[in-house]
Design a protein around this ligand. Structure first.
Ligand SMILES: *Cc1c(COP(=O)(O)O)cnc(C)c1O
Length: 359
């Protein structure tokens, strides 16, 4: 069976280093916000060409804290509307709700799966104050158009980059990252980070993640406990130097999938520019998705659906259940993610392609 994502195999080459770091961690005895977190924040800021990096507990908290920091700064207020793609992972929508803001769901482009700049401008009202752009599946959203529209309407641009580690970004925005194990840069547990060039925002974020305190037992804000774990930071310090290699391997596989999969029952994703995609996921569409998934499984290929139910149809979001978002709903009915990571062999890719072509 070709696994959708073999995390054990992916992390195996780092095992000796993980063990050595764990021993050093045990010998050192400093468990929270220590040197490993500081080193990761410095390295990831530099890797991301950002002025600041703030390590947090996970990707969802990274998003919530960015929004809450903007509220502290007076850039956003409770009840403001935030535009967000309707087909995103639910975390983007939950973050907006958890910050007491109102998500406005916008349809994506069905070929790139990213927010459609031609469809969101009409959703802007006097209450709209920000957009949460998601670089879904690892592909850069159409930032030039988005930035221009947002500048003309005075909207804050915030980016959910939880699937887009290593992408060359475009614009001077604050970004949220997740280091959930399956992401392109994955920890061995939960982790997240925020990158920003905004000094005032960074100062508030360093405090908000740690009980609203920059000085022990002095609390300036109603913060949360969402610190990047010291041991996860140690593991991430080992893996970060290999992120570009991982992304290059993914790109190579994507190029093969795009040029060699030939079956008119299968729609391939549109990649406008290979420099603007880190292929967190390779997502195809087909009308009878469950049948294709079963066929692949019978042929030894494991696939996953990202995602089976859109946020506005989830039980948790009942106030959105009445919305009709036909593009988003079609996407959720048709998408299927093929195996994608650096540990797949050429033979496995060949088998996946041949199996798809004879479906
Ligand atoms: C993974 C993910 C998140 C949340 O990250 P966690 O670390 O799991 O909290 C947010 N947004 C998107 C688009 C994601 O894929």
């Amino acid at each position: 069976m070709i696994k959708f994502l073999d995390l054990h195999k992916l992390n195996k080459p780092f095992e000796a280093q993980f063990l050595a770091k764990t021993k050093a961690f045990l010998d050192n005895g400093w468990y929270i916000l220590g040197d490993e977190v500081k080193q990761f924040e410095t390295s990831f800021a530099s890797f991301s060409k950002a002025k600041h990096c703030i390590g947090v507990g996970n990707g969802l908290d990274a998003l919530v804290l960015i929004l809450k920091a903007h509220i502290q700064l007076g850039n956003l207020q409770k009840g403001d509307e935030v535009i967000v793609p309707a087909n995103t992972y639910i975390a983007s929508v939950l973050a907006i709700l958890q910050a007491d803001l109102i998500p406005v769901l916008v349809e994506p482009n069905i070929e790139t799966f990213n927010i459609d700049p031609n469809l969101f401008e009409e959703k802007i009202t006097s209450k709209t104050k920000a957009i949460l752009v998601v670089h879904l599946y690892g592909q850069l959203a159409e930032m030039d158009k988005i930035n221009a529209i947002c500048a003309s309407h005075n909207l804050l641009v915030i980016e959910d980059a939880a699937q887009a580690h290593g992408l060359t970004f475009n614009g001077n925005h604050t970004r949220a990252f997740s280091f959930y194990p399956g992401k392109n840069l994955g920890a061995l547990g939960d982790g997240g980070a925020i990158t920003t060039n905004d000094d005032a925002l960074a100062e508030i974020l360093f405090s908000l993640r740690n009980y609203g305190s920059n000085k022990k037992y002095h609390n300036d804000f109603i913060g949360v406990n969402s610190r990047l774990d010291e041991l996860q930071a140690a593991f991430l310090n080992i893996k970060l130097p290999h992120l570009n290699t991982e992304n290059e391997a993914r790109k190579k596989i994507a190029k093969r999938y795009l040029s060699e999969i030939k079956n008119n029952k299968i729609q391939l994703p549109v990649c406008n520019n290979f420099n603007d995609h880190v292929f967190h996921l390779f997502v195809i569409r087909t009308e009878n998705r469950d049948k294709l998934q079963e066929y692949l499984y019978k042929n030894g290929i494991e696939t996953v659906i990202h995602y089976p139910i859109p946020p506005h149809k989830q039980k948790a979001l009942q106030e959105f259940n009445h919305l009709s978002l036909p593009i988003t709903e079609k996407i959720h009915q048709e998408v299927l993610s093929l195996p994608m990571s650096s540990v797949l062999s050429d033979e496995e890719i060949t088998h996946i392609i041949a199996t798809l072509n004879s479906y």
